[in-house]
Unconditional design. Structure first.
Length: 168
């Protein structure tokens, strides 16, 4: 079954979702994917806790529990991708929007940049696809590409570090 969604239907769907209490919604067709998330709880802050205490059967009743766990079966939290720590001498190129990261203008074409390439201000470094629109991301710095942190075809979040550049 092929699903078609025109602009008016999309507008009506978004209006209906805005009036509902739905927190997450995903709709996929042959040539599109719509994903909406709102009012999701922020991930818990990171903190150091004391090492767990191991109790033997004789003193198990006397060891108080130092862990409180709250679970909600309707909320699935996914941890953010692990990105190596930034270095002060590098400039990070981040995603200005949510979308899909592409390193090249087409599947059979060469990537815009590779690690070790020198880039200039205004040079296209990747494409971010959002709602079937291909948005070329241009560098705001001149320098050498030191790291590319995202795989081709991977979904990215707003503000996610895509690559790092050593300015010249």
């Amino acid at each position: 079954m092929t699903m078609q969604l025109d602009h008016e239907q999309l507008h009506l769907l978004l209006a209906a979702l805005a009036e509902s209490d739905i927190q997450e919604f995903r709709l996929e067709g042959d040539d599109f994917r719509l994903e909406i998330r709102r009012n999701l709880p922020s991930p818990p802050s990171t903190y150091l806790s004391p090492p767990p205490q191991v109790a033997t059967s004789s003193d198990a009743a006397s060891v108080p529990s130092s862990e409180t766990r709250v679970e909600s079966p309707s909320v699935a939290l996914t941890p953010p991708p692990v990105v190596p720590a930034s270095r002060a001498d590098l400039v990070e190129i981040t995603a200005p929007m949510v979308g899909t990261f592409y390193r090249a203008p087409g599947p059979e074409e060469s990537p815009f940049v590779e690690v070790g390439n020198r880039i200039g201000v205004g040079q296209t470094v990747c494409i971010l696809e959002a709602m079937k629109l291909m948005n070329e991301l241009e560098s705001e710095v001149s320098g050498e590409v030191v790291e590319i942190l995202v795989e081709n075809g991977t979904p990215v979040e707003y503000g996610e570090v895509l690559m790092r550049v050593k300015p010249v």
